[in-house]
Write a protein that binds this ligand. Structure first.
Ligand code: MN
Ligand code: MN
Length: 453
């Protein structure tokens, strides 16, 4: 049978047969990055250091320029040969990931323990956060204006923290409940301390464990309970990302949504050769909670960055925006081997088949999507084909089964052509997300090709 006219996606493993050592090396560098960047602040700090090392600076008229917003979002710009009015090739990703945030009054002593009450950030499956080591990341701003960064749980010798879980012996009733009812947000309390203070017999403290914890916090960090009211304290999975599989073909770790795209975007920006157009890499915060907030994609920060560049170059901002092309760099769901029924298989992304385009995201009739036009999509398809870079096209899952959005619509708001393109993950939003080494490498290659186009 002549089936040459059929569309056949090709495995990235096959395409990169001769590049497997390069891909493994790239993956080792990526492991180092995601193990070290577990919050939006750490991600932005890493990106900033990499940019500074590559010669990026704060001079607006310079060839290599960056601008940071309060340590939570960052815009990097590389000037091309073409006038700015011809548009910018933009890659935008997000540096935040789902996690457990402390409440403003976190500490409660009960059952001979001190727990920190939390409010989860982003979409999580609550049971995945139980009975596993957690690390703390925090920013404690003191009244005197000084700021104290906190990082406990990932340094050698550090203790870790955890949310406890019910023993199976007493979980029979829970076993009959609906998942959403069985695991409550109010039970995601992080165990912080257990040892009571040594107290004189005559004065019994009602909260001896909390008393000792507060003494410890003051002695170690000089902070009191009130400082936690204004602090950002985030609990994230403890431990490093790892290669997964006997063949080390996958990467397992926290926060790959969307730091895998941050890493590929950053490395593409640094590696792009002789870009004709100017390039921009935008890393936003707050995507996992809807992109609101000053450091999120719906704020005007990105617009200000482009506006200032346009003014400096004596170009019209509207012209720059309307001639720009963007990739919303975010992950999608890979066909789940155990829950294949949530996917419509013909339109599901496969692990190991390269980055996946999402022409639209959203849910219930593409609601909330910024659909890419046929011409733009085809031009990127042609670009990747011309460079022999594997790609696929998929939807997140079955129609009407759920859905999700990305930052694409916030770029589209300016009239910029934009499409989602990023690797597929398994266990997305879990403390241990899974990606393919071949997809990681292919995504980097795709972003680099986009920047060089
Ligand atoms: Mn994402
Ligand atoms: Mn996400």
């Amino acid at each position: 049978m002549d089936d040459s006219k059929f569309y056949k996606p090709e495995s990235a493993w096959k395409i990169y047969t001769s590049k497997r050592e390069d891909a493994a090396q790239f993956a080792r560098e990526y492991l180092n990055f995601i193990s070290g960047c577990k919050t939006e602040r750490e991600t932005v700090a890493w990106v900033r250091r990499a940019l500074e090392n590559a010669g990026y600076g704060k001079v607006l008229a310079g060839e290599l320029y960056f601008r940071e917003l309060r340590g939570k979002a960052i815009f990097a710009f590389r000037r091309g040969d073409a006038p700015l009015g011809e548009g910018i090739n933009i890659i935008a990703a997000h540096g935040d990931s789902p996690r457990l945030d402390f409440k403003q009054h976190p500490f409660v002593e009960t059952a001979n323990l001190v727990q920190a009450k939390t409010h989860y950030y982003g979409g999580i499956r609550k049971y995945q956060w139980l009975a596993r080591p957690l690390a703390l990341r925090g920013t404690i701003a003191l009244e005197n204006g000084s700021v104290l960064p906190v990082s406990i749980g990932d340094n050698p010798g550090d203790p870790v923290f955890c949310v406890e879980d019910l023993l199976p012996h007493l979980a029979q009733k829970q076993g009959t409940q609906k998942l959403n009812e069985a695991f409550e947000g109010e039970k995601l309390n992080i165990i912080i301390a257990h040892e009571p203070e040594i107290e004189p017999a005559e004065e019994k403290s009602k909260n001896p464990v909390k008393k000792r914890l507060l003494d410890l916090l003051f002695a170690k960090y000089g902070v009191g309970e009130e400082d936690f009211i204004t602090a950002e304290m985030e609990a994230v999975p403890a431990g490093d990302a790892k290669f997964v599989g006997l063949d080390e073909s996958m990467i397992g770790g926290y926060g790959q949504d969307d730091r895998i795209c941050v890493f590929c975007g950053l490395r593409a920006l640094l590696a792009a050769e002789k870009p004709r157009h100017s390039l921009a890499l935008m890393i936003w915060d707050k995507e996992e909670i809807g992109s609101d907030g000053a450091s999120g994609a719906s704020s005007s920060f990105f617009q200000y960055c482009v506006q200032d560049l346009a003014e400096e170059a004596k170009a019209r901002t509207s012209e720059v925006f309307l001639n720009s092309r963007a990739v919303s760099a975010d992950v999608t769901a890979a066909l789940d081997p155990d829950y294949q029924d949530v996917h419509e298989k013909q339109n599901a992304a496969r692990l190991g088949y390269g980055p996946s385009f999402a022409k639209y995201t959203g849910s219930r009739g593409k609601y909330g999507a910024s659909e890419a036009d046929a011409e733009y999509f085809a031009s990127l398809r042609a670009l990747l084909n011309s460079k022999g870079i594997p790609w696929q096209a998929a939807e997140l899952g079955k129609v009407d089964l759920g859905g999700g959005g990305t930052v694409a619509l916030f770029l589209a708001r300016h009239g910029i052509r934009v499409i989602d393109l990023g690797p597929a993950l398994l266990s997305m939003h879990s403390p241990f997300e899974l990606s393919s080494v071949a997809d990681l490498y292919a995504t980097w290659q795709a972003y680099k090709a986009f920047f060089e186009d």
